[in-house]
Ligand binder design. Structure first.
Ligand SMILES: O=C(O)CC1=CCC(=O)O1
Length: 96
């Protein structure tokens, strides 16, 4: 199942820089691992913001919930999720 996930990072302004850097580094490693596994198919920065638009390819809603709620930045993000399905006019054969 494909999901579009939009994440907006809102770190507390008073979070120490070292702590913020550590969380971001852990987040990066987690995101890279999920991309290598094929579960996090796309990761795009929304230009001009501290947001990303991502496409996840997971078994079901429960797996998406497990992955997203395990993100190190999860407590510091606003997240919206949209389920996706194939468009009848799509010519790509890899977007199922
Ligand atoms: O910077 C972001 O958009 C949050 C984030 C998601 C994966 C990652 O490495 O950073």
């Amino acid at each position: 199942m494909l999901f579009q996930v939009e994440m907006t990072v809102k770190l507390p302004p008073d979070m120490p820089a070292e702590q913020a850097a550590e969380i971001k580094a852990t987040e990066k490693a987690y995101a890279e691992d999920l991309q290598h596994q094929g579960k996090w198919r796309h990761l795009w920065r929304v230009a001009g913001s501290y947001s990303n638009v991502s496409i996840f390819d997971v078994e079901d809603n429960a797996e998406l919930q497990a992955l997203v709620s395990s993100l190190p930045l999860f407590p510091y993000m606003d997240i919206s999720v949209k389920p996706l399905c194939r468009h009848p006019s799509s010519v790509r054969d890899d977007d199922s």
